[in-house]
Write a protein that binds this ligand. Structure first.
Ligand SMILES: Cc1cc2nc3c(=O)[nH]c(=O)nc-3n(C[C@H](O)[C@H](O)[C@H](O)COP(=O)(O)OP(=O)(O)OC[C@H]3O[C@@H](n4cnc5c(N)ncnc54)[C@H](O)[C@@H]3O)c2cc1C
Length: 401
């Protein structure tokens, strides 16, 4: 049994598989370990991916995993009004995460990575120029030596904790059902803002004309609390209750990490994806950002391992490069998240009503980008648009951008 790998990636989610593939492509021998016996299960995701997210993962939209196409959103506020945002063309795909994750893991295996399933990392120790990773494989304890460990082990990352890299700023509880639901238009997602999902938002993402993924995340530590809010959204929101036929086909609970780790590297260790909090704070989406960072992590881990310099100073290149690519957008996103979370229902109603003007909707159509919301906000600050928009928001946006 081969055990001497240059790089071990802990976690074979989309981010771990991408990091593993890039590490192999940059010359390293790579082992992925995954605690579950299946790839892509259990699913903790709505599966809404922008076109850019697929590109970043180096996959084409395939009918193997694309279930539906989305071109816009209807944003429902607490006063019963709706802001229609039409991107006019396909902006995102609704995917099967199970098949998508398996596609990415297959790509890593085809590139040359190995994988151990049913293998859980339980300890990490730095011993000079090597890392000792303790794992339990099929119930048997083993110690593996490697040059670099990449922690792609998700929102409650044990590798980040064991490497002394702390925690993300906050974790929002998210909850979702897949259920019979007649969407207003299956090419539009429906979003529910204000006190029906305090601190974040609710959603109904159409999988087909008859089925949607209906869920929410809230800014509160308690997942029972999120479950209560979802119950209320399903029962008390007239729009939702008139379209939801009851019951469910699938039930998902998960945490959304917001606010990246202040340091994502240590001696012989890199942290990536949800484990590092590389998630868009405005949407909770982590595939695009995670994949973008995973490619850098894989490349830097491989180069450092082949140079036999896996010191923290050497691996800091990863941190510098991913922050140069995404750090500003994530920081702005965090400020938008904080600002939106502080708005009262009345203020949120006013903000959405103020955006419901032809010139502003045209701006959103032209510049809306679910991965880079700062672009459209900047465009909305031009004098022709900003005179219409709720002043509190304009003042905030001018200060942030
Ligand atoms: C309700 C909800 C809806 C979401 N919707 C979207 C969406 O529509 N679009 C989007 O882009 N993002 C969405 N996200 C976020 C998205 O799911 C994550 O950002 C994404 O899964 C992160 O990928 P990852 O590979 O970093 O982590 P994960 O997908 O969590 O993978 C981590 C892997 O590590 C394994 N692992 C953990 N610990 C160990 C260990 N000790 N040893 C071995 N293996 C281990 C796990 O089993 C898992 O397979 C959503 C999240 C939630 C909670």
């Amino acid at each position: 049994m081969k055990t001497d790998y240059d790089v071990i990636v802990v976690g074979a989610g989309p981010v771990g598989s991408t990091a593993a593939r890039y590490a192999v492509q940059h010359g390293a021998s790579v082992l992925m370990i995954e605690e579950h016996a299946f790839i892509g299960s259990p699913v903790g995701c709505t599966g809404l991916l922008s076109k850019r997210a697929l590109e970043e993962c180096d996959v084409k939209p395939s009918e193997n995993f694309v279930l539906n196409k989305v071109r816009g959103a209807f944003v429902h506020s607490m006063d019963g009004n709706c802001l229609p945002i039409d991107g006019k063309e396909t902006k995102a795909y609704v995917i099967s995460r199970k098949i998508f994750d398996r596609t990415l893991t297959t790509m890593a295996l085809e590139a040359g990575a190995d994988i151990w399933m049913n293998t859980r990392a339980v300890g990490l120790e730095n011993a000079g120029d090597k890392q000792i990773l303790s794992v339990i494989r099929n119930g048997v304890s083993l110690q593996l030596e490697t040059k670099v460990v990449i922690g792609a082990d998700g929102v409650r990352s044990g590798i980040a904790r064991m490497a002394g890299l702390g925690k993300v700023r906050k974790v929002l509880p998210g909850i979702q059902i897949e259920a019979p639901y007649r969407s207003a238009d299956p090419n539009f997602v429906e979003l529910f803002v204000g006190s029906q999902a305090p601190g974040f938002f609710g959603w109904a993402v159409p999988v087909s004309e008859e089925i949607a993924r209906i869920g929410l995340a809230i800014d509160c530590e308690d997942s029972q609390c999120a479950q209560d809010y979802l119950g209320k959204l399903l029962r008390n929101n007239n729009h939702v209750s008139s379209r939801y036929s009851g019951g469910m086909l699938d039930f998902v609970v998960g945490g959304i990490p917001l606010g990246p780790l202040s340091k994502t590297y240590a001696e012989g260790t890199l942290i990536v994806g949800d484990a590092a909090g590389q998630v868009k704070p405005t949407s909770g989406g982590g595939i695009y950002t995670g994949a973008a960072c995973a490619k850098i992590a894989g490349e830097v881990a491989a180069s450092a391992a082949l140079e036999n310099d896996t010191s923290a100073d050497r691996l800091a290149e990863y941190d510098r490069r991913w922050r140069a690519k995404l750090g500003r957008e994530l920081a702005i996103g965090m400020k938008i998240h904080d600002f939106m979370g502080r708005l009262s229902d009345t203020e949120m109603n006013k903000l959405l009503a103020s955006m419901n003007k032809p010139s502003i909707l045209e701006t959103i159509t032209a510049y809306g980008d679910m991965d880079h919301p700062s672009i459209v906000i900047k465009k909305m600050l031009n004098p022709a648009n900003s005179k219409h928009i709720f002043g509190v928001f304009t003042a905030f946006a001018k200060a942030v951008l």
